[in-house]
Ligand binder design. Structure first.
Ligand SMILES: [Fe+2]
Length: 384
């Protein structure tokens, strides 16, 4: 869980008179979840955050399931998705259920709209690109391999400084958190956790933009994008404190675990929401017993649909997979290394694989858009 942070100027007590040099009161805004009892932060704006000049319905996000297919393993080549639009409005819906959805966006525009997701928390895996995630809390500098965790209700904007830009967006209906088993009763990540608070980067460099005008904000609620025209620049905060803010951790700061023999995927768990977990498969030495079998054993993930996003082209147990591939191994089927891969793994000392896994506890729907980039013969790839 994020820790308490404070940036900029705040008064000595909450809800106490706090004036700017002109004598005007700063405008407080509590941003949090679960009403007034969940994690929250208290922000101090120069102008009222409630001042809206106009609202328009911009776009309805259609989650259209593809025509039914027999139960089978699926493979989607996301590199076929065009680089277009910005990081918010051109997300391509791929997989979804009531708990979690997954989208890919490859923005052409380096600057996104101001955006607030009011229906879910977002875990945004930066597959390609670098830049700054701006917010009223300050800026989170990001680069490839970062998981950006953006709790619901937090206004933000992407500013890319790179030409290549690819984001995997995982939207969670429940609150995204660190796995409970990594935390002690006081909320601190323990010595056994594969990452620590030191690896978590919160907002920095709080800049206060006291500007009036017309500032377009896109708010996502009920799968509809509403465009609101704000009367004031939304990044007009002079200070804030609390437990609720955007943060980042790089996949390469996840310390992988290795055993004498093969360890199961939960060893690689990084984050969780309600009804799903996120795991990171990182470069690491293989199991160190001379007779260990480094490749994973076939398994039937009963009560779990397994999604893998391949963040580089190397993955020891899959052939035909490329950078940006997404595989879906649904509940009800066994999956495992393809022919020859287990034998080929014997004696290997290390792997450079980099992949993000999303295991969902309820079945996933495949979108129509996903079938347009599907390798439809993937399910046959375990034949000799
Ligand atoms: Fe698996």
């Amino acid at each position: 869980m994020p820790v308490y942070r404070q940036l900029g100027e705040i008064p000595s007590k909450r809800h106490k008179i706090f004036r700017m040099p002109s004598g005007q009161l700063y405008a407080e805004e509590l941003v949090g979840n679960m009403g007034f009892v969940g994690p929250s932060s208290l922000l101090y704006h120069v102008q009222r955050p409630t001042a809206v000049r106009a609202v328009n319905t911009l776009k309805r996000i259609e989650w259209r399931p593809a025509d039914p297919e027999p139960l089978k393993h699926r493979h989607f080549r996301t590199r076929q998705i065009d680089q277009t639009g910005d990081a918010i409005t051109e997300r391509v819906p791929l997989l979804f259920n009531h708990d979690v959805s997954m989208e890919i966006v490859r923005p052409a525009d380096p600057t996104s709209s101001f955006y607030r997701n009011a229906q879910g928390d977002e875990i945004v895996f930066v597959s390609e690109g670098e830049g700054v995630l701006e917010s009223p809390f300050g800026s989170v500098i990001f680069s490839a391999g970062d998981y950006l965790v953006i709790p619901r209700g937090i206004l933000h904007r992407y500013q890319f400084s790179s030409e290549k830009r690819t984001l995997l967006v995982i939207e969670s209906a429940g609150y995204v958190r660190t796995p409970k088993r990594y935390r002690n009763e006081f909320g601190q990540l323990t010595e056994s956790s594969p990452y620590s608070e030191r690896d978590i980067r919160g907002p920095q460099n709080l800049e206060t933009h006291d500007e009036s005008g017309e500032f377009k904000l896109i708010v996502k609620k009920a799968n509809t994008l509403t465009e609101m025209v704000l009367a004031y620049h939304p990044f007009d905060v002079v200070g804030w404190d609390g437990f609720y803010y955007p943060w980042a951790i790089n996949i390469r700061n996840f310390e992988p675990r290795v055993g004498r023999f093969h360890l199961p995927p939960p060893t690689h768990q990084t984050l969780e929401g309600d009804g799903f977990v996120v795991c990171s498969f990182c470069p690491r030495p293989y199991d160190f017993d001379p007779e260990a079998v480094p490749a994973p054993y076939s398994h039937s993930n009963v009560m779990s649909d397994e999604v893998l996003y391949y963040a580089n082209s190397e993955f020891m147990s899959r052939k035909g997979i490329e950078y940006g591939s997404i595989t879906l191994h649904p509940d009800g089927l066994a999956h495992g290394p393809q022919p020859g891969r287990t034998e080929a793994s014997l004696g290997q000392k290390e792997t450079n694989e980099l992949a993000v896994m999303v295991d969902t506890f309820r079945g996933l729907h495949v979108s129509r858009e996903a079938t347009e980039i599907e390798d439809s013969n993937y399910y046959l790839s375990w034949l000799e």
